[in-house]
Design a protein around this ligand. Structure first.
Ligand code: TRP
Ligand code: SF4
Length: 331
């Protein structure tokens, strides 16, 4: 039997998942789990790089994130779900990779410079923050992953991972680590309620874990085409965030119909939003039902995490044995 190609990806536990996360990453993960051997994990150590002074939310966020994953359909029968900090081997490999990673590779990392500039209110002049991509490289290559589904923002990290994997193989004259490919998804960018990118920091998100009522209320306050001040003004649906949701959640024919009605000022925004909210809530129904189930059954969630972690750990241990041997360290 040809072994299935292996996929690995992770997310920092930043809080509950919103629809932007869902369409940006998870839709892709759901497809991958059908075809590949997938490992998906919560990067809770990585959360510490920015939140080391307030770590008390990380555990709950991690748990909630995994519930969200399960609710949208990540299936523990098909993929391995685990928590980074529970597989200590990542830390060992991180340390060893730190020995072979030239400082210049980290200092020139564009994400490093950008995030440091963005988060100037937090002190990011730490060793851990500079080493963020080395830990990420360890996360990936410890499973000898072939593919890493990520967003564009993560490409420099995967590129660095590739360089580190090559350098390790070269230095110790063994092809221990496959050089992983980034798997970019060009998902349609789902706008937030205010037509900017959906992001927790903009407070413009629709969350998987919120109630239908909250979703309906949010949709009713959503931005529309700013040129449609009055109902009699013709609209341009392509620029309207509500329309972007119709495209994803309404039937294609009806969506086209709405576009014409909007352009001819024959449908009002209130009505248009109401219909969209209905479709959205309907589409989210199975997800929200599953979420309720997992909320009521924390033992089931814990068991899934435990089993996933065990499987991940055993794979990580296999790799670490090879690594220690390659480095001729004591075994
Ligand atoms: N850096 C990623 C993010 O910010 C999270 C992450 C950590 C990751 N380790 C990874 C992603 C390994 C893919 C593979 O979202
Ligand atoms: Fe947007 Fe619908 Fe209003 Fe047109 S009618 S501007 S698509 S909300």
């Amino acid at each position: 039997m040809v072994e299935k190609r292996r996929i690995l990806s992770g997310m920092r536990p930043t809080g509950r998942l919103h629809l932007g996360n869902f369409h940006g990453a998870l839709v892709n993960w759901l497809q991958l789990q059908e075809e590949y051997e997938c490992f998906f994990f919560v990067a809770d150590w990585h959360a510490l790089t920015t939140d080391y002074a307030n770590p008390e939310f990380i555990k709950e966020n991690t748990y909630q994130m995994i519930i969200d994953w399960l609710s949208v359909g990540l299936d523990p029968e098909k993929c391995t779900i685990f928590i980074q900090s529970q597989v200590k081997e990542h830390a060992e490999l991180y340390l060893l990779l730190g020995m072979i990673t030239p400082l210049a590779w980290l200092e020139r990392n564009p994400t490093y410079k950008e995030i440091q500039a963005e988060l100037h209110q937090k002190d990011l002049a730490t060793y851990g923050f500079l080493g963020y991509p080395v830990l990420q490289a360890a996360d990936i290559i410890i499973y000898r992953a072939n593919g890493v589904p990520v967003g564009k923002d993560q490409l420099p990290h995967v590129e660095l991972t590739r360089e580190i994997a090559r350098r390790f193989n070269y230095l110790y004259k063994q092809a221990i680590f496959p050089v992983p490919e980034p798997l970019l998804t060009d998902t349609p960018l789902l706008p937030g309620l205010d037509n900017r990118k959906m992001s927790k920091s903009y407070d413009n998100c629709i969350y998987i874990s919120e109630t239908n009522e909250e979703t309906v209320k949010k949709v009713s306050r959503m931005f529309t085409d700013p040129k449609r001040a009055r109902r009699s003004d013709p609209g341009t649906p392509e620029t309207c965030p509500v329309y972007a949701y119709h495209r994803l959640y309404n039937e294609p024919e009806r969506t086209e119909n709405i576009a014409s009605l909007c352009k001819e000022a024959k449908i009002g925004c209130v009505e248009c939003k109401r219909e969209m909210a209905e479709k959205l809530v309907e589409a989210l129904k199975p997800t929200r039902e599953k979420r309720e189930y997992y909320e009521k059954n924390p033992d089931k969630v814990k068991k899934i995490i435990e089993e996933g972690t065990e499987k991940a750990r055993s794979e990580a241990q296999k790799t670490m044995e090879l690594v220690r041997k390659a480095l001729t360290l004591a075994d």
